[in-house]
Design a protein around this ligand. Sequence first.
Ligand code: UTP
Length: 446
Amino acid sequence: MSELIEKLVTANQEELAKHLESLSGEARSLLERDIASQNWEELKALHAEKSSANLADNISSDLKPMPFKIAADDLRYDFWKETGEILLGKGQVAAFLVAGGQGSRLGFDGPKGMFDIGLPSHKSLFQLQAERLQNLAAQVGHSIPWCIMTSPLNHEATVNFFKENSYFGLNREDIRFFEQGTICALTPDGKAVIDNDRLALVPDGNGGCFRALAQSGTLAWLVERGVQYVFLYSVDNALCRICDPAFIGALAADGRAMSASKVVHKAGPNEKVGIFAYQDKKPGVVEYSDLPENYRDMTNADGSLTFDGGNIAIHLFKISGLRKLQTSKLPWHTARKTVCGIEKCWKFEQFLFDAFPLLGSMLPFGVIRDEEFSPVKNADGNDSPKSARTMIGKLHREWLRKAHVSFDPKKLYEISPTISYAGEGLRQSIFDRELGRNILEFEEEN
Ligand code: UTP
């Protein structure tokens, strides 16, 4: 018996072993490759554990809110910003984009970063991010390495898109693309799902990013470049201030924390965001659906929500934290879904916010939602391309107002990240020169 077959038999995957033996040539080597990519012992244990357990994640009774303050109101804000700019200028900061998701709610056929949210410029999410990075790099006088995690389902399309667009003017050597891992879907009784002679492999969740960063050699690449801080963000936040210097400076100034996360006040008790909290004294994120109702509605003496720190998926890690996480075991979350026509299959995923309890102390950094958080999740309604366009239009109009520029107050504005990273450097002469080029007017939609 070959080693591979033996492994499968030990893991109760006899059917898969038989299927493999029935194949020859190219089909056999492809399936062999899929099988070799999986940890069969772990899958067996996972199925045993999940099928005997209550699927809801256990919330400890020792749940405490994580207080936070809006960073821009802090007297140290300017110091943090300058510190962050110095660190960026020394090349000690990198951006890490997790873009391996399938974007199923948006329903766009392709990597979400290629999506045009319908701004007057018709720039894709990737382009908006690339231009923001390029502007910041020019301001601090140093390139910013950009790590982009894809999945086997969208890797090629992502890399081709960047290539076709000449990397949006960035240096190719400053960008590293790499794929996240996959995990096999299992039938209700724990057998590997086979799809046309291949395994039904699905991306292992955004929590797979720590393993993938290390295994792809990207962590070593960052260390070699002298990077100390890694800014980790999601592909679909149209307002993300990538590598925000003040955020970086705040973590650098904090002697204890291994990571920092941006936090917003919840829009209301029923907003479907995860919240930052301490569970059994460890910092972390509790998903909306796991937060008991009495905690959701709990208020302080002044009427504000007690569990109020919304997670907007913008994090910063010290490189030592990422080193630790490359071998840490994050828990697996489970969903029961129809896969290849088989109902109630097991799909497993890791979440990156499960890293926080493993790292110990973290720094919550409060930000204003309208300035930094506009996720594009759904095709319509809340968190959609339309809501993102409107938020960008209003925010950029506000930047013009603060810069004492005279503009049409009935219009919305799109200011290219190539001329302003976060509202700085705007004045009347620039507005007059750039209107119709890098500053575009548009109508507010109903
Ligand atoms: P979401 O949880 O919003 O998932 O991802 P999604 O795949 O983009 O969208 P839906 O749920 O299918 O509609 C948050 C971030 O995590 C990344 C996504 O690309 C996004 O940037 N992600 C998610 C990964 O990188 N890998 C995954 O396996 C899942």
